[in-house]
Each structure stands twice: as C-alpha cells, then as structure tokens.
Design a binder for this molecule. Structure first.
Ligand code: 13P
Length: 287
C-alpha cells in the first residue's frame, strides 16, 4: 500500500522504534526490500536519489515500477516512495511525478534561504498529501576521496526548520554517508538531545545509517530518531555476493550466465541486511 511517510513516522516516534529508508537502484533492489518488509510486516520507505531515478529512466519510471510491484507482489504493508536529498527542481518534479514523500535538501544554502525554499516545497507537497523531510547541518561523507566529518546542526536552526511545517527533520549529529572512517568520533548525543528538545516532537531522521554500531542506533531512537537511512551497507554486500558468484566461476556452469542467476546472490545478500536492520530498528510487526 503506497502511503506518505507522515503517519508511519509519527507512530514510530510514539512507539520508540524507527522505520528504515532503504535506497533502491533498480528492479531487483526494489523487489528485495518490498518482500522483506512484507515478510516482517514492517512499514518501509524506499529512498530514491535523483541519480538512481535517472539511472532507472526517470522519476515517472520509479513511480510506475513501485506502484505496479506493490500490486503484483500483493504488498500490504505501508510503503513510501521518497526522494532522497532532492534539489528544489527535483522536489517539484517528484511532487508532479507521484512520489508519496520527498526530501528537499537545502542544507548547503544560507539558513534563511533554506527555510524559505522548504516552506514553498511544504505548501506544494502538502496540497497533494505528500510528506516532506528537510535538512539542516549538512551530513558529511566522502567526496573525491576526502572524508569530511559530519556537521553538527544548530538546535535553534532545527526549530526554525521544523516550524516550516515539514513532517520530519534530518539534522546532522556527526553522522556521515558511506563507510565511517576508523577515527570517527561517533554520534553526538548531546546535540541530538538538544535538537530533540528544541523541535517539539517532530520525528527525526538519521542519515548515513550504514556502519553505525547497534548501541548508538538504539540510543538515537530513544532520543527521537524515527527514520534511519541505509544504503552503503547494501551496496557492499550486494557487490561482494555478486563478485563471489563470478569468482567461483558459477556464470560458466550450465545456464549460470542468465542475468537473473548472476544477480540472485546479491539480492539474497541485500535481503539479509534489510532483515537485520528492520529487526534492529524495531519496526517488525508495526503496520
Ligand atoms: P549510507 O549510504 O551511509 O547508508 O547513507 C544512506 C543515506 O543517508 C541516504 O540518504
């Protein structure tokens, strides 16, 4: 069932668990994630970056793929199709294409411009029942080989962004996208607590969910995190499983060259990761 992410995240916040945002890249990833969510009776958010959407053909292709798959696979759990880190123009395009949820990321803009643009997006999205995430305090990560540490969001700026009417808020607390460097300082729980206290109960979003130790995940949920984004960990297990298939020479045995067979170990690996994350986040049987 395709829904926006507002209700599922309010419920998560009240129930002290988090809903996973699992990024998709193609048909196989979409199917794997939907099947695990249905198996565990968990709500789920399919994250789609503009780059992934472009790869798949465009925003409309994503909407059609997810919608048809929910129907064909008889997926009954709540599913949101969510634009990940959208620009202003991507956000508008997704509102028009039929996404049920979007993230407008104005975190690199001066705060007043971020607030103004976010408010505009909220108005357009809410008119169509689409949920909105926005961000302040940019999330670090690897860019051109340079690993930046995650920025810490200012609690007062978070409060102002929450007041634009967004449905959930991404705030940097030392989290970064990609693999965490060995000398990573960990999440800043003092900052998270201050943000949680300042923003009056809005569900908070933790980006860069790959590789964060379990105890930090649990503590962040106890401090208002209700949505956790995971991408890199799935990419790593997918790549390793497909590599093993090829290195074991399986593509050269019988009909092992069938693309469905080549990708199958990767799909199984993603399913294991998604299952583990849903269980860790506590959203099993929370439909
Ligand atoms: P990771 O790739 O580090 O899991 O981060 C995913 C994410 O935050 C997408 O917005």
């Amino acid at each position: 069932m395709l829904v926006n992410a507002t209700e599922m995240l309010k419920k998560a916040r009240d129930g002290k668990y988090a809903v996973g945002q699992f990024n998709i890249n193609n048909l196989e990833w979409t199917k794997a994630i939907l099947e695990v969510a249905e198996e565990l009776q968990s709500p789920v958010i399919l994250g789609v970056s503009a780059g992934a959407a472009k790869y798949m053909g465009g925003f409309k292709t994503v909407v059609a793929l997810v919608g048809a798959m929910i129907e064909d696979l008889k997926i009954t759990v709540p599913v949101a199709t969510h634009l990940d880190h959208g620009t202003y123009n991507d956000s508008i395009a997704c509102i028009e294409a039929g996404f049920s949820s979007i993230m407008y990321d104005g975190s690199k803009l001066p705060i007043d411009e971020n607030l103004a643009k976010t408010a505009e997006i909220v108005k357009l999205a809410h008119a169509k029942g689409i949920s909105v995430e926005a961000e302040v305090g940019s999330i670090g990560g690897e860019e051109d080989g340079v690993v930046g540490s995650g920025e810490i969001a200012d609690a007062d700026e978070c409060k102002r962004l929450a007041e634009t009417g967004i449905d959930f808020l991404a705030a940097g607390i030392g989290n970064i996208h990609g693999v965490y460097p060995a000398n990573w300082q960990g999440l800043n729980f003092e900052a998270l607590e201050a943000i949680n206290n300042a923003t009056g109960g809005i569900p908070l979003v933790l980006h860069g969910g790959s590789g964060i130790p379990e105890d930090m995940i649990k503590r962040s949920i106890s401090l208002g995190v209700s949505k956790i984004n995971v991408n890199t960990e799935k990419q790593l297990v997918f790549a390793a499983a497909v590599r093993k298939y090829i290195e074991d020479g399986k593509d050269k045995e019988g009909k092992g060259f069938d693309p469905r067979k080549i990708l199958a170990p990767g799909v199984e690996a993603i399913k294991v990761t998604v299952r583990e994350k849903i269980e860790l986040f506590g959203s099993t049987n929370k439909v």
